[in-house]
Design a binder for this molecule. Structure first.
Ligand code: NAD
Length: 501
């Protein structure tokens, strides 16, 4: 049996219970079905996967109340005890990693070769924050001549976590693990287009011994369940990953209850290639960073800025490689690109092909739909684009690369910074001083020099400009999920100001 056939057979087994019972919300440790439901379909062939509870404001209220009720005991539990539970969650993710990866591929269209790793990465996220749980409350002593200031941290309370459909499993773990390690309780609203692995993850958490109400899952639409979550009084903060314009809506929705927000939003990230770079490694990295994960990746290098004296040679090699990328069934381990998540997104990506052509860029590769079933699109490359074209400015969020030529460093920097986003940047040069100078001036939250994106959890993750607010990773995550308290102890009888004496 081929590996693809084996994967399809195994997936069929895993999906059986979803087909029969649908996906319910998980509130206060119990299945709760919403009054109505919606269908989730696979982007591979548009077939029905199952029905999913369509959470409404009432379901969110139940979940928020459960999270509020569970908060005092969870927050008071020792960090060591929380650490054990979070490690157990990681163990169970590893045990079910294949099931998670297969379901994720079928639900999102992402290729198995990447999702198998993403599932394990989800376990690592739990392990990393599990180990930090015992020290999450630690503070500092900040003495003055008259006072000893002692700081400490405490969890902010129940939080809402709203996640998108691209690599939804991994992204959910990245948000939920630090929240739980900090001592917060959680209401998770996953993306309506990819509900399978969010349900598996919440079940795993309960199997691992997480007390009821600490982690609540409510499925549904953004404008309904998502909105209600951002407006709920008992929810103290919202961690959101998604589009910049949704972030803006959430900020407005949360204004009445003064929500603390953490946003990881869109990007239009440059990969800047100077003529002294190692071009073979640059080519590998540039291709990987835009075409892996179907290009549905916030950190993708979607703008190639290439120095004009090497552009012809580089783009010729690039075109040949792009034409060679294997598009296919996401469960086939040989597949490099699967189908896009859904029709509306597919239409958006294909529309940008027409926009690029109309604006005068050169379509060097791809641009067409593949087959007539599922949302498969050829990996696409536009060359000879100019910086103000829409394909140079707007986030396409697909396997779609725009190449722009530059003369010198000054021009490269001006083009790189001339977008509304600032998530990541990739700089390729063997001139160390230039690499430092350029990175220093590049408007982005994360920059890699002579490397593709390699995430190291203790480093800060997040964007500037319209790409986000706040940082994830290590203590940066705890700064969001926790409150700081300062207690000042007088060291003696210092001189006071006396009014009315
Ligand atoms: P989206 O903004 O459409 O949806 C994300 C989530 O928000 C979904 O769960 C959705 O139901 C919910 N939502 C929608 N409207 C809402 C509202 N009014 N109130 C509350 N919740 C609402 O994004 P998407 O299309 O699912 O994801 C793709 C986007 O996510 C891209 O722009 C991508 O760059 C971004 N992203 C960013 C990062 C990052 O780390 N910066 C990571 C992954 C994805």
């Amino acid at each position: 049996m081929s590996k693809l056939a084996e994967h399809i057979k195994k997936l069929d087994g895993h999906l059986k219970r979803f087909r029969e019972g649908g996906i319910a919300n998980l509130i206060d440790g119990k299945d709760v079905r919403s009054a109505s439901s919606f269908e989730t379909r696979s982007p591979v062939d548009e077939s029905l996967i199952c029905d999913v509870s369509k959470g409404n404001a009432g379901d969110i209220d139940l979940a928020a109340k459960a999270a509020k009720a569970a908060f005092p005991a969870w927050a008071a539990m020792s960090g060591e005890a929380r650490k054990k539970i979070l490690h157990k969650i990681a163990d169970l993710i590893v045990e079910r990693a294949e099931e998670i990866a297969l379901c994720e591929c079928w639900d999102t269209g992402q290729a198995y070769r990447f999702m198998a790793k993403a599932a394990l990465r989800g376990a690592e996220n739990f392990r990393y924050f599990a180990d930090l749980a015992p020290s999450a409350r630690d503070g500092q002593s900040l003495p003055t001549a008259q006072h000893m200031n002692v700081t400490s941290r405490s969890p902010i309370g129940p939080v809402g976590i709203i996640t998108p459909w691209n690599t939804p499993f991994m992204l959910s773990t990245w948000k939920i693990a630090p929240a739980l390690a900090a001592g917060c309780t959680v209401v998770h609203k996953p993306a309506e287009f990819s509900p399978l692995t969010a349900r598996i993850l919440a079940e795993i958490a309960h199997q691992a011994g997480l007390p009821a109400g600490v982690w609540n899952l409510v499925n549904g639409m953004g404008e309904d369940a998502g909105k209600a979550l951002t407006e709920h009084r008992d929810i103290k903060a919202i961690a959101f990953v998604g589009e910049s314009r949704t972030g803006s809506m959430i900020m407005k929705q949360g204004a009445d209850t003064l929500k603390r927000v953490h946003f990881e939003l869109g990007g239009k990230n440059p990969v800047v290639v100077f003529d002294d770079a190692d071009l073979d490694r640059t080519l590998d990295a540039a291709i990987f960073m835009i075409y892996s994960l179907n290009g549905e990746r916030c950190t993708s290098s979607s703008r190639l800025l290439i120095q004009e004296n090497i552009a012809d040679e580089f783009e010729t090699k690039l075109t040949a490689r792009v034409n060679n990328i294997k598009v296919g069934h996401p469960l086939d381990p040989a597949t490099e690109i699967g189908p896009l998540i859904h029709k509306v997104h597919f239409d958006k990506v294909v529309d940008y092909v027409e926009i690029g052509k109309k604006d005068g860029a050169k379509l060097a590769a791809g641009g067409e739909r593949i087959g007539d079933q599922g949302w498969f699109v050829q990996p696409t490359l536009f060359t000879h684009a100019t910086p103000k074209m829409r394909i140079s400015q707007e986030e396409v969020f697909g396997p779609f690369l725009t190449s722009i030529r530059f003369k010198d460093e000054e021009e490269a920097l001006a083009i790189a910074n001339d977008v509304e986003y600032g998530l990541t940047g990739y700089v390729w040069t063997n001139d160390l001083t230039r690499a430092l100078r350029f990175s220093n001036a590049l408007e982005a939250g994360m920059i890699w020099v002579n490397s593709e994106n390699v995430r190291h959890l203790p480093t800060p993750f997040g964007g500037v400009k319209n790409s986000g607010i706040g940082r994830d990773g290590a203590d940066w995550s705890f700064e969001f999920y926790m409150e700081q308290k300062n207690v000042a102890f007088a060291l003696g009888q210092h001189k006071m100001q006396r009014l009315g004496a």
